[in-house]
Design a binder for this molecule. Structure first.
Ligand code: F6P
Length: 337
């Protein structure tokens, strides 16, 4: 098994679920592949036993390490085939987000490699599963942070702008903002004018509240053509989003006259222990993935439908991004201001 792409709370619980269920129910044996596709390309693998996964369900990060190495780099599939044959691997379980699952789906379709997927991302933007693990932890961390920022905002009669992650979708912003009772939630899916943001902030202040604005990192404010990305490109050439809160705060102060501060939560949202919900979901995903591998259902992944864990095609999960639907925006915005 390997973990690839950005890390996410719950990865270790998946690994534990795979190893324990595989050994107990199927008599399987396992190797861990270090740092995602890099380990498979460079033959950086180690045997794993029950002892290696002891006490892992509550631990953040990934004991396997991760990287953003593309599976078609450095010899690509031919190199992987050699490593797979050398260690007599019957299946690869790839735990990752959109990039990992796209690569895995292509390796199954074009190269016939035996791969099963497990969907992960704090952004919750993958289709073909109701939720991904990591999202609940991220929304909980963000909610607690907003609660804390609210008390200092109230003391100083300030407005607080809190930026959360999510790439091109607003799921973390929507859920954390709603949970913490934000006065405005700004998401990439739903553009709003500065006048509207100013009106929400002013209305909250006029009711004696310290206005709380939650903004998703991918939100594009009026007057800008593209998302704010103050930190250049990542190793895959994608923009590193972040910085919108620092642009919004002075504009809000200018429009409303209310002293305004910005906080960017950043990688805090991905670190530390997973919530109980994420531990359970990731353990169930891991156990289901090993069953799919035993059944040799290559190209599929574990997925959540309602409360059931089912199989879905990896290609369906990455076919389109799961945006926040308009109905959720209409529902939430009634409470703004
Ligand atoms: O996809 C998860 C995520 O945390 C996004 O929300 C964020 O935009 C990105 O990864 C940050 O990536 P990195 O860890 O490479 O800075």
């Amino acid at each position: 098994m390997l973990t690839s792409g950005g890390d996410c709370p719950g990865l270790n619980a998946v690994i534990r679920g795979i190893v324990r269920k595989g050994i107990i129910a199927h008599g399987s044996s396992f190797v861990g592949i270090r740092d995602g596709w890099r380990g498979l390309l460079e033959d950086d693998v180690f045997e794993m036993s029950m002892l290696d996964v002891r006490g892992l369900s509550g631990r953040g990060g990934t004991i396997l390490g991760t990287s953003r190495t593309h599976p078609y780099e450095d010899g690509g599939p031919a190199q992987m085939r050699e490593v797979i044959a050398r260690h007599e691997l019957e299946a690869i379980i790839a735990i990752g987000g959109e990039g990992t699952l796209s690569g895995a789906a292509r390796l199954v379709r074009d190269e016939g490699l035996p791969i099963i997927g497990v969907p992960k991302t704090i952004d919750n933007d993958l289709d073909a599963t109701d939720y991904t693990f990591g999202f609940d932890t991220a929304q909980s961390i963000a909610t607690e942070a907003i609660d804390r920022l609210r008390t200092t905002a109230e003391s100083h009669h300030r407005c607080m702008v809190i930026e959360v992650m999510g790439r091109n979708v607003g799921w973390i912003a929507l859920h954390a903002g709603m949970a913490a009772g934000a006065h405005a939630i700004l998401m990439p899916e739903f553009p709003v004018t500065f006048e509207q943001i100013g009106a929400w902030v002013t209305s909250a202040r006029d009711r004696g509240r310290a206005p709380i604005v939650v903004v998703a990192e991918g939100f594009v404010p009026e007057g800008l053509d593209e998302q704010v990305a103050d930190h250049g490109l990542d190793s895959r050439g994608r923009v590193r989003l972040g910085g919108i809160a620092n642009r919004l705060a002075p504009r809000i102060e200018e429009v409303t006259g209310i002293e305004t501060r910005a906080t960017i939560l950043g990688h805090l949202q991905r670190g530390g222990s997973p919530t109980a919900y994420d531990r359970v979901l990731s353990t169930r995903f891991g156990m289901a993935a090993v069953d799919l591998a035993v059944e040799r259902r290559w190209g599929t992944m574990a997925s959540l439908k309602g409360t059931e864990i089912v199989a879905a095609r990896m290609s369906d999960a990455v076919h389109s991004i799961k945006y926040v639907p308009r109905s959720r925006w209409d529902e939430a915005r009634i409470l703004f201001g």
